[in-house]
Design a protein around this ligand. Structure first.
Ligand code: MG
Length: 201
């Protein structure tokens, strides 16, 4: 199977770490459990300048490399690879962060996974790396086949919903608790049960 695996809040604990950063930078005390919407500007009650500052910090290599793995994520990736699946990391991070994403994976022994940067949230605005690479548009992404996908963000799940032949796993997070699942979607409470779900018919 060709398996799409999201990065932030599927492989690593991004929102928990951003919650601590928002507290340090702006004194916002919004615990992870209370992040019930994906829009962090609203979740943390930040103005335009503050959210820009937060996201600038969030996309620095030092921040990205320090993100702790989600419980069971490393073992889960190893099990997928061992079962012969092709793992493709599909992220909505800016294309400029690809090297840090690759390094985070390499530090855990994952050196062969393809990383696809997709403009999941309409934020890419044509950004290119010095060597000319850019995020794939949602239309370009739609042409790439997957048999299964794991993501947490409602916007990304909406992009996946039309893929009738792809099984989508909604990785439980407070901001997707109210998300209405499409017929091709199943909830996964964490990595522990994911591999069993993937192999279930
Ligand atoms: Mg995510």
């Amino acid at each position: 199977m060709r398996v799409y695996v999201d990065f932030d809040d599927v492989l690593c604990e991004t929102a928990r770490t951003l919650s601590r950063l928002a507290n340090e930078l702006f004194g916002r005390n919004v615990p992870y459990e209370q992040i019930t919407r994906f829009n962090l500007q609203r979740a943390f009650h930040l103005d335009e300048e503050q959210i820009e500052t937060l996201m600038r910090h969030a996309h620095e290599s030092s921040f990205l490399l320090a993100l702790p793995p989600a419980p069971g994520a490393e073992e889960g990736l190893r099990r997928l690879a061992a079962a012969g699946h092709t793992v493709c990391i599909v992220t909505g991070r800016p294309v400029s962060t690809e090297a840090a994403s690759r390094e985070w994976l390499a530090r855990r022994g994952f050196t062969s996974f393809e990383i696809l940067t997709v403009d999941k949230y309409g934020r890419a605005r044509g950004e290119r790396t010095p060597d000319g690479r850019r995020a794939l548009s949602p239309q370009e992404f739609a042409a790439i086949p997957f048999d299964a996908a794991i993501d947490d963000s409602p916007d990304a799940l909406d992009l996946l919903a039309p893929r009738a032949r792809c099984r989508i796993f909604v990785f439980d997070r407070p901001w997707n608790a109210a998300y209405t699942l499409a017929p091709n979607m199943t909830r996964a409470s964490g990595w522990e049960g994911l591999t069993a779900l993937l192999h279930a018919r």
